[in-house]
Design a protein around this ligand. Structure first.
Ligand SMILES: [Zn+2]
Length: 408
């Protein structure tokens, strides 16, 4: 939960292990609109009440009471239905986060907003928005930065950020993109009847030409309802991490609360321990760049790999490091990055392995990690149809759209 104070980290460290900037996300995930506010969409589950949802959103009882009172003239809180979405809005981030209000769509096209007034009370208002979906295409050559190139042809920054996230499994945007590279994109936009663009939707198709190498991806929802981006060959652009980064090891301690073997009391174990003899090779869980390598506090000899803008993996207590590796080195999945040891705060030879998403250690077994998905046989025809459809939509939108420009 975003606003909770998380339990003490294990091992205890002077500073947080990750300081990476996190790209703004769009779509249905939590999204940080600006540095100061946060919109957190919550889907109502069976048995949920508004009070329950707000409580788990760290909203104080007095605020729940007055926000609910403000809502009531427009919407009966008891008519909440499972599947409905409520967006909780927080302001004052990161220093002093506070509950600023919420949004709910009581009927399609009507947005009911509850917002905090200056005196700390809550007020509500409704807006009608029957949105029209448009698809927009853009194509351009990159002169300096990708964002600048996007802005030049009118592609919203949120779409550019999404595109970077989609391609970040393959491309290191800081290092690989050069002047003369090209991109094209087909994305959704939503307009009010009066023609005001209110939000962007999904990227349907994107292509990135880096040097002579062109990568093309298509958005596809398979028959199980799983959405991913695939190349024309039907393979997901997101590659899976190795499940076990050490050969023949067993999990000796999983992710979660446990009694600490040295400190004696219960602490959150924010990684997975693999027991293996000293000297057992440790593999990079995925392609990446070494972000940190060397002795580091209670982690002992430590390596952290950055796989993309939001995903890293870390390896601790190593006896020694892989050959010729240093900060900034690129490694490929399966490459030996070090050897099991017991350096730092450790009771015996093991690998302490962490998966870090958006700066936080996560349970590798419960998070939505990439799986290296491939289009299933039963979905192949539908996928081919979607590819053809997006290709022709792209050509059509490119010829119609006024914001499209091809840089010289
Ligand atoms: Zn551990």
């Amino acid at each position: 939960m975003y606003l909770d104070t998380s339990p003490a980290e294990e091992p205890r460290l002077a500073e947080s292990p990750l300081q990476d900037p996190v790209l703004p996300e769009s779509g249905n995930d939590s999204q940080q609109v600006a540095s100061s506010s946060l919109r957190k969409p919550v889907v109502v589950k069976k048995g949920d009440t508004l009070g329950k949802i707000l409580t788990s959103g760290s909203v104080a009882n007095s605020e729940i009471f007055s926000a609910t009172a403000a809502l009531r003239p427009h919407f009966k809180p008891t008519s909440l239905k499972p599947g409905q979405q409520i967006t909780l809005i927080y302001d004052g981030l990161p220093e002093n986060p506070y509950f600023a209000g919420l949004e709910i769509e009581p009927t399609p096209g009507t947005i009911l907003t509850v917002s905090r007034t200056e005196n700390g009370d809550f007020t509500s208002s409704t807006t009608k928005a029957a949105l029209e979906r448009h698809v927009t295409a853009a194509r351009t050559t990159i002169n300096s930065s990708l964002f600048e190139a996007g802005a030049k042809v009118g592609v919203p920054a949120s779409v550019m950020a999404n595109m970077i996230r989609i391609f970040s499994w393959d491309i290191d945007f800081q290092r690989d993109i050069h002047a003369g590279d090209q991109f094209s994109v087909l994305f959704e936009e939503y307009y009010t009847p009066s023609g005001k663009q209110v939000k962007t939707g999904n990227i349907l198709y994107a292509a990135l030409k880096v040097g002579n190498d062109e990568r093309v991806v298509y958005r596809f929802e398979d028959s199980d309802g799983i959405v991913d981006y695939y190349g024309e060959n039907g393979k997901s652009i997101r590659k899976a991490l190795l499940k076990t980064p050490v050969d023949g090891a067993r999990v000796s301690s999983g992710y979660g609360l446990r009694k600490h073997p040295i400190l004696g009391y219960s602490k959150m174990h924010k990684g997975v321990d693999f027991a293996a003899p000293t000297g057992t090779p440790i593999f990079a869980a995925g392609d990446g760049v070494i972000e940190q390598i060397g002795p580091w506090s209670s982690y002992g000899n430590y390596v952290r790999l950055r796989h993309n803008n939001s995903l890293s993996t870390a390896y601790a207590h190593l006896s020694r490091f892989g050959k010729n590796l240093k900060k900034g080195s690129r490694v490929s999945q399966g490459q030996v990055i070090g050897y099991v040891g017991t350096t730092g705060r450790s009771t015996g030879p093991h690998l302490h392995y962490e998966v870090v998403m958006a700066g936080k250690q996560v349970n590798p077994n419960s998070v939505d990690l990439p799986t290296g998905r491939e289009i299933a046989r039963k979905d192949k025809d539908t996928f081919s149809a979607v590819v053809a459809q997006h290709n022709s939509e792209y050509q059509e939108a490119l010829s119609q759209s006024t914001i499209v420009a091809t840089a010289p």
